[in-house]
Design a protein around this ligand. Structure first.
Ligand code: NAD
Length: 498
C-alpha cells in the first residue's frame, strides 16, 4: 500500500521548515551566493525543504576554519585520551538520535525507515564507536637499522592535516562515517561536502557534534553542487587530503585536480559491478535470500550491489523461479511505512537511466521479469527487475546500473575456469560473493576473484573492522579497520646519525 501523504513527525517537520545554512568554524552561516537547492522526497517527487548552494568562497572560509582548528586551540591541544573520550561521546549522541536521523534519511534518500535505522544508522554508530578507540593507539614503531650495527630509529604516526570529505547520496550517513570517524580519530580536521540531494542528515550531524562537545572548526559542512563546491574543495591548496566516494568518472577528475593543485593525498571509493558466483553445490534457499539482499537492498543503489548473477545450468531454473517469487513479495512504497522493503530511486534522472538499461536488454533479446511498484505517484519507483538470459556483451552486464536490476548469466556446471574469467572481465574490482557449501573451493575461488571484498555465502555484509575499497577502477585506498587510520595519517621516520 502506497502512503500518498506520509506522516512526517513533528520534529522532522520543524527541521524541514528551517532555513539551512552552512556550518563553518562552529557557526551556522549563510552561503556567499543566494542560490538554493531543493530537497526532494523521492517517494513523492515533492520538494520538502531547501539547502544552500555553497561556492568556492564558502569552501575557502571552511578550509581556513579547519586549518586554524588543526593548528591551535582545543582540538590541537587535546591529549589522545581526551580525544578518544570525546569521540565515544559523539558516537553515543549519534546513537541516542539514530531514530530521528533514520526518519530524516528515509524522506531525503528514499530509504525504508526500518533499514535506515537498523542498517545505515546502526553501522554508522558502530563505525564511530570502533574508530574512537583508535585515537589512543596511533603508534609508530621502533626500527632496527640494516646498515648500522646496533643502530635504531623510530617512526611517528601523525594526522595528515585538513581533510576534504566528499560523500554520495546512496549512504549519506554510512559513507560519511567511514571518512569522518577515522579522520577525527587520527586528529585531522575536516570540511564535509555532502551530496546535493541528501545533505539533511549531515547538517543535523554537525549540530549533534557540537552538542557532544567537538570543538569549533573541527567539523565544517558546506552543502552545494559537486562541480562547484566539491571541485573547489578538491582544488584547494590548503587541503591535505580528499576522501571521496562516488562515480568512477568523477573519481578520475578528482585524481587529476588533486595532482594539479598541491598533490594532496586522495582516497577514492568508486563504482562496481560485483559478480555473484553460485556453485552447483550451493544451498538454494540461503543463496536466494543472499542474492535478494545483494541486489535489492537500497533499491540496488549500492556500490557493491551483486548485479551479475552467474548460475550453473543445474540450478538455473530453480533459482530463477525462486527469485521471481521473492521479488513479488517485496513491498515497494514510501519508506516511512514500516512494512515497506523497497523504496524509490533517488531521482527522476536515475529512474530514467535505469529503465533505459532494462529496455536495452529487452531489445537485445533478454527476458525481463519484474515486481510491482505503487501506481498513482510521482515518486521515482522502478520495479525489482530480473534480466534472464543476459549475455556478457549486454550493457546491463558490463556497466554499473545503480538500480534494482539483476542480470542473470547461465554457465555450464563444469566450466569454472570460464566462470572465473567472466567474473573478472570488468574494469571494476569492488566486491564479489561466492555461494557454495564446499569451503576449500570457496577459499580457492576467493583468492582468484579480482575484488577488494569477497564474501562467502553472504553479500553486502559490512563491519567497522573490515578494510573496504576497490581494486582496478573501483578506487584507491581502503576505508574501515586500521587501513582507514593509515589513510588519514602520515608516517615520519626519525633517525639519528650513527
Ligand atoms: P557522483 O560522483 O556524481 O557524486 C558523488 C559526490 O561527489 C557528490 O557529493 C557530488 O556532489 C560530488 N561531485 C560531483 N562532481 C564533482 C566534482 N567535479 N568535484 C568534486 N566533487 C564532485 O556520484 P553519485 O552519483 O552521487 O553516486 C553514485 C556513484 O557512487 C556510483 O558510481 C557508485 O558506485 C559510487 N559509490 C561508490 C561507493 C564505494 O564505496 N566504492 C559507495 C557508494 C557509491
Amino acid at each position: 500500500e502506497y502512503v500518498s501523504s506520509p506522516q512526517y513527525s513533528d520534529s522532522l517537520k520543524a527541521f524541514l521548515q528551517r532555513r539551512h545554512g552552512l556550518y563553518i568554524g562552529g557557526q551556522w552561516c549563510e552561503a556567499e551566493g543566494t542560490e538554493r537547492i531543493a530537497v526532494i522526497d523521492p517517494a513523492t517527487g515533492k520538494a520538502i525543504s531547501s539547502i544552500a548552494a555553497g561556492n568556492g568562497q564558502d569552501i575557502d572560509r571552511a578550509v581556513n576554519a579547519a586549518r586554524s582548528a588543526f593548528k591551535q586551540g582545543a582540538w590541537a591541544d587535546m591529549t589522545p585520551l581526551e580525544r578518544s573520550k570525546l569521540l565515544f561521546r559523539f558516537a553515543a549522541v549519534l546513537e541516542d538520535n539514530a531514530d530521528e536521523l533514520a526518519e530524516m534519511e528515509a524522506v531525503d534518500a528514499g530509504k525504508p525507515v526500518v533499514y535506515a535505522r537498523h542498517a545505515d544508522m546502526a553501522l554508522s554508530c558502530n563505525i564511530y564507536h570502533y574508530m574512537a578507540g583508535w585515537a589512543t593507539k596511533l603508534n609508530g614503531e621502533a626500527i632496527k637499522l640494516a646498515g648500522s650495527a646496533g643502530g635504531h630509529a623510530y617512526s611517528l604516526r601523525e594526522p595528515v592535516g585538513v581533510a576534504g570529505l566528499i560523500v554520495p547520496w546512496n549512504f549519506p550517513m554510512v559513507l560519511l562515517a567511514y571518512k569522518l570517524a577515522p579522520a577525527l580519530a587520527a586528529g585531522c580536521t575536516v570540511v564535509i561536502k555532502p551530496a546535493e540531494n541528501t545533505s539533511l542528515t549531515t547538517l543535523r550531524l554537525a549540530e549533534l557534534a557540537e552538542l557532544a562537545g567537538i570543538p569549533a572548526g573541527v567539523i565544517n559542512v558546506v552543502t552545494g553542487f559537486g562541480a562547484e563546491a566539491g571541485g573547489a574543495l578538491v582544488r584547494h591548496p590548503d587541503v591535505d587530503k580528499v576522501a571521496f566516494t562516488g562515480s568512477t568518472d568523477v573519481g578520475r577528475q578528482i585524481a587529476i585536480m588533486a595532482a594539479q593543485s598541491n598533490l594532496k593525498r586522495v582516497t577514492l571509493e568508486l563504482g562496481g559491478k560485483s559478480p555473484v558466483l553460485v556453485m552447483p553445490d550451493a544451498d538454494v534457499e540461503k543463496t536466494v535470500a543472499g542474492v535478494m539482499r545483494g541486489i535489492f537492498f537500497n533499491q540496488g543503489q549500492v556500490c557493491t550491489a551483486g548485479s551479475r548473477l552467474y548460475l550453473p545450468r543445474s540450478l538455473h531454473d530453480t533459482v530463477v523461479a525462486e527469485l521471481s517469487a521473492a521479488i513479488d513479495n517485496l513491498v515497494c512504497g514510501h519508506g516511512l511505512d514500516t512494512a515497506v522493503t523497497m523504496g524509490p530511486l533517488i531521482s527522476q534522472v536515475q529512474k530514467e537511466r535505469v529503465l533505459g538499461y532494462i529496455s536495452a536488454a529487452e531489445s537485445a533479446g533478454a527476458t525481463i521479469i519484474q515486481g510491482k511498484v505503487p501506481s498513482g505517484t510521482d515518486g521515482f519507483f522502478v520495479p525489482a527487475t530480473l534480466i534472464v538470459n543476459a549475455t556478457s556483451s549486454m550493457s546491463c552486464v558490463t556497466e554499473e546500473i545503480f538500480g534494482p536490476v539483476l542480470s542473470i548469466i547461465l554457465y555450464e556446471d563444469e566450466e569454472i575456469e570460464k566462470l572465473v574469467s567472466d567474473a573478472n572481465d570488468t574494469v571494476f574490482g569492488l566486491a564479489a560473493s561466492i555461494w557454495t557449501q564446499n569451503f576449500e573451493r570457496a577459499h580457492k575461488l576467493a583468492a582468484r576473484v579480482e575484488a577488494g571484498t569477497v564474501w562467502i555465502n553472504t553479500h553486502n555484509y559490512f563491519d567497522p573492522t573490515l578494510p573496504f575499497g576497490g581494486m582496478k577502477q573501483s578506487g584507491w585506498g581502503r576505508e574501515g579497520g586500521f587501513e582507514a587510520i593509515r589513510m588519514f595519517t602520515e608516517i615520519k621516520a626519525v633517525c639519528s646519525g650513527y
